[in-house]
Design a protein around this ligand. Structure first.
Ligand code: ARG
Length: 461
């Protein structure tokens, strides 16, 4: 059954129907479609375009359709072209003529624009809620690990010592920015396109602001052509989701490295690891790897939609139907990844002794040895050279800077005194870094307070 059979004399070719139809995936927003239709007829009746009896009959029948879909008594038949056709046809089947008045002053072009926006608006909130859970776990780990020392890396080479709190704090910032991007997108997208008609509005005296209000939008969109052809909000959302995945992927990569036999900084919980079918000893970080892998898929959705939209003339074109599958897939992927990643790090155990031992070798205190010389009047460039010699000496002997005797220090520079040991101890290296944003317990406790306050004052959307 079609909404547009009138001007056709032949049946649609079956392959054409299959190729054209979107119902296999747009049935996902049946609820939003019905919600939008209820708002539409409510507005039509208020404007005197529809009788209040018809409104009553239609609204009741739409609610019945919604209930029946939800309790499983009404099956969404894929013989229809899309969810809009299915709902309208079912309505007409149930209430006859009144149902035929539903589509007054509306086109599927503004209808689908509305449904997708309503659906996505809800999903933006859900992704935000999942990020809040993730941030809570990250902050818990930070608060518990203010003095769990570990090496900080550049070029994946040990650089300077930091703490687990500090390292995780970096991710807290990333996911906090991700939330702020979602909130910006939500504000920009929260305008109602319904009433734009096919592209040029309608001749009925619609009250678009009223429809917008009924559907809890900030207002109605201003230009009807833009209303039916704007997919910017999806591109922004896909871009924000790509950024979330990029962050999760970096984090996953680190966890894979930390969980490796060579590092053993962390151990993933059995419940979040998998085994090998042949090698009995294996415990693999598959979840982290899958999160890293699925990142490509979300980037793909962004590139795909950008490419689909490129060069499309105004206003609606069927190309835009392609926005759905890829957006739905990206949403499912991102939601799954955030939730699993959160569970994975929530149950992960740290090996503080191994991390600390690792921070102690690899000359992560070389900068501090140079700073010691600077504090004793040696110009930094000279200090850098002197410590370079110390490092060479240690590499040769297979020892750490801390293992050198005072005589050995003095042989390279007479400036060194007994207090060098204290100055380059792991604890000093971390705890003397007191500036805002630095790893010392003092600075990170302050940062944790700010993070805690942020979570308390910025609940999920
Ligand atoms: N399934 C279509 C889509 O998702 C609905 C809009 C159809 N409009 C049209 N003019 N054919 O874009």
């Amino acid at each position: 059954m079609k909404l547009w059979g009138g001007r056709f004399t032949k049946e649609t070719n079956q392959l054409v129907h299959n190729f054209n139809a979107s119902i296999s995936y747009d049935q996902r927003f049946y609820k939003q479609d019905i919600e939008g239709s209820i708002a539409h007829v409510t507005m039509l009746a208020k404007q005197g375009i529809l009788s209040s009896e018809d409104r009553f009959t239609i609204v009741n029948a739409l609610k019945g359709i919604l209930d029946d879909i939800e309790n499983g008594t009404l099956h969404i038949s894929e013989e229809y072209e899309d969810i809009h056709s299915f709902v309208e046809a079912t309505l007409i089947e149930r209430i006859g003529d009144a149902g035929k008045r539903l589509h007054t002053g509306r086109s599927r072009n503004d209808q689908v624009a509305l449904d997708m926006r309503l659906y996505t608006r809800e999903e933006v909130k859900q992704v935000d809620g999942l990020l809040v859970n993730l941030l809570n776990v990250i902050l818990r780990i930070m608060e518990e690990n203010l003095t769990t020392y570990m090496p900080g890396f550049t070029h994946l080479q040990k650089a300077q010592p930091v703490t687990v709190a500090h390292h995780f704090g970096a991710y807290f910032e990333m996911f906090r920015r991700d939330r702020s991007r979602l909130s910006d997108i939500y504000k920009r997208m929260n305008y109602c396109p319904l009433g734009a008609g096919a592209l040029a509005g309608t001749t009925y005296p619609l009250d678009r602001d009223y429809t917008a209000e009924l559907l809890h939008f900030e207002g109605a969109t201003l230009n009807s052509m833009d209303s039916v052809s704007d997919r910017d909000y999806l591109i922004e959302f896909l871009s924000a989701m790509s950024t979330i995945m990029m962050h999760l992927s970096r984090f996953s990569e680190e966890i894979i490295i930390w969980n490796s036999n060579e590092y053993r900084f962390v151990e993933l919980d059995d419940a979040y690891s998998t085994g090998s079918s042949i090698m009995p000893q294996k415990k693999n970080p598959d979840i982290a790897e899958l999160v890293r892998g699925k990142t490509g898929r979300v980037y793909g959705a962004l590139m795909s939609l950008l490419t689909t939209m490129k060069g499309l003339p105004l206003a609606y074109n069927k190309d835009m139907q392609e926005d759905k599958e890829l957006t739905f897939d990206a949403i499912d992927t991102v939601k799954g990844c955030i939730a699993l990643f959160t569970g994975m790090i929530d149950t992960m155990k740290f090996n503080p002794d191994i991390m600390e031992a690792s921070a102690k070798n690899g000359f992560t205190n070389a900068t501090d040895a140079a700073d010691y010389l600077v504090n004793h009047g040696v110009p930094f460039r000279d200090a850098h050279g002197i410590v370079g010699q110390l490092v060479l000496f240690c590499i040769d002997k297979g020892i750490a800077l801390d293992d050198m005797t005072l005589d050995e220090f003095k042989a390279i520079s007479p400036v060194f005194e007994e207090d060098i040991y204290e100055a380059i101890s792991l604890k000093t290296c971390v705890e003397k870094r007191l500036t805002k944003g630095a790893p010392s317990k003092k600075a990170m406790s302050e940062a944790c307070k700010v993070c805690r306050e942020y979570l308390d004052t910025t609940p999920a959307m």
